[in-house]
Design a protein around this ligand. Sequence first.
Ligand code: PDD
Length: 289
Amino acid sequence: MMIYLNGVFMPVEEAKISVLDRGFIFGDGVYEVIPVYSRKAFRIEEHLRRLQHSLDGIRLANPHGNAEWAELVGQLIERNAGEDQSLYLHITRGVARRDHAFPNPPVAPTVFMMSNPLITPSAELLRSGIACVTAPDNRWLRCDLKSIALLPNVLLRQMAVDAGCAETVLIRSDPVAGGEFMTEGAASNIFAVKNGTLLAPPKDNFVLPGITYDVVLELAAANGIPHEVRRVMKEEVFAADELLLTSSTKEVLAITQLDGKPVGNGKPGAMFARLYALYQDFKRDVMRG
Ligand code: PDD
């Protein structure tokens, strides 16, 4: 695997960073995951826009303009095998003596990129759907930032794995926002479906603004699929006809079991079938064009 670290492409075994890197010490950095299909980065402008949002959110200057990022991403794809790849971009506040406050004067950020094979869900998983558990969303209030500090997400995902499930659906209870509502998955966005309407939690500070989420809502709008962007309350999650999961690596998946009970009739539903097919067509068109 060829990686990129601070201006140099090299085999992953040769890459070294300082133990004083603020990413290592504080989790002080942000990241992106960009899917690559047929050696082309999917929705790169949108991913770079979200990266800028995350960098602005942690007050870290973007080390590259979008043209430079696109060039680096292109080179990373070229230097790695595989038609479909999952690119990981990671920027930290750099190496400095340990002190919570930002280094003053600022130091050079650490810029790291790697490519892994993109393994999309198997035909069997698409047919069966996945089982999920629910858990209280105990993360911070800036879930819109793609922070590398993922300990809460790690612990929440492990709860699913410990229960033999694929993902944890997060429920936030917030007296100010009102009641108990679904936010997202530990590493995915979640939609509900009721009476033929797709229900999408709003892109506020409680969720990561998913690139796949946006594609799904665009496809719903373009194809006359009824959809509402609004809070989805906990009771609605358990009474949903269907639940769908989206992410750059999982694309669109049906959740067919929640906390050990079937979702709807326990099989991937009509909304899943429609959106999955539309997503695959869209992908094919974008990659051809
Ligand atoms: N995770 N919400 C969270 C908390 C996520 O970590 C992710 C993606 C998403 C979906 O966003 P997108 O559609 O842009 O991938 C939502 C990536 C894949 C990861 O951390 O590996």
